[in-house]
Ligand binder design. Structure first.
Ligand code: 13P
Length: 252
């Protein structure tokens, strides 16, 4: 059976001191909730503090991006080796905000994914359609194409360290959530694309999360769907009580 993964994506929120306080508060709240993996993806400058605060707990720590080169003249970027050395286990790649505001393409997402996997990081690979694509009825084509391009050249063995986060862009930070049926259906389309690339067993094994205004009120019905194996949570991951409620829903 595939693992359910509840991951927070803090985006550009929280200082190191706030990170320490948050994890110290969260850890006892989610203690023993082991039916899912619990991950917090945090800003680069918070990672070392987060790793230290999460020691001995069931909370794992991730980054929100990584560069594809091993090192070099890339001012402002962070390499996979740097992340690994400070105890980072996961990394979010291809978030729609990176694609929208920072020029990420399927090509750079693919390069970053390869670099992260080679360094031993687990990747949370984000993809999803924009509103116009859903309205035009081409969501299935869009997510299938993204799946193929973003995973190009990644081996079946490496795929074991990839989680896909299906995040319809129109649902991110908008309070609009995909219906459980829409989330299930599109996660199913992505799973079918994985089956086409890697076979049925790999498709059955891969964790596919839903992300986009998931919160304590809607998590249970989204997570109940067969193709939804967890959540990537933005706003609601910044509050310990809301995030705990989602983890609890995944442990029901
Ligand atoms: P919200 O949960 O704030 O909509 O953000 C979702 C997201 O982008 C997670 O990566």
């Amino acid at each position: 059976m595939r693992r359910t993964v509840i991951a927070g994506n803090w985006k550009m929120n929280m200082t190191p001191s706030a990170t320490k306080a948050f994890i110290e508060e969260l850890a006892p709240m989610v203690k023993g909730m082991d039916k899912c993996d619990i991950v917090l993806c945090v800003p680069f400058v918070d990672i070392a503090t987060a790793v230290e605060a999460a020691k001995g707990t069931n909370i794992r720590i991730g980054a929100e991006n990584v560069h594809f080169a091993k090192s070099g003249a890339y001012t402002g970027e962070i390499s996979a080796e740097m992340l690994c050395e400070i105890g980072t286990e996961y990394v979010v790649i291809g978030h729609s905000e990176r694609r929208q505001y920072f020029g990420e393409t399927d090509e750079t997402v693919n390069l970053r994914t390869k670099a992260a996997l080679e360094a031993g990081l687990k990747v949370i690979l984000c993809l999803g359609e924009v509103k116009e694509e859903r309205l035009a009825g081409i969501t299935d084509e869009v997510v299938t194409m993204q799946t193929k391009l973003d995973l190009a050249g990644i081996s079946a063995e490496q795929l074991k360290n990839v989680i896909i986060a299906y995040e319809p862009v129109w649902a991110i930070g908008t309070g609009l959530t995909a219906t459980p049926e829409q989330a299930d259906e599109t996660c199913g389309v992505i799973r079918a694309a994985i089956a086409g690339l890697y076979g049925e067993a790999a498709a059955e094994a891969i964790t596919i999360q839903y992300g986009g205004s998931m919160n304590d009120g809607n998590a249970a019905e989204l997570l109940a769907k067969v193709n939804v194996d967890g959540g990537l949570i933005g706003g609601a991951s910044l509050k310990t009580d809301k995030f705990t409620a989602i983890v609890k829903a995944a442990n029901a």
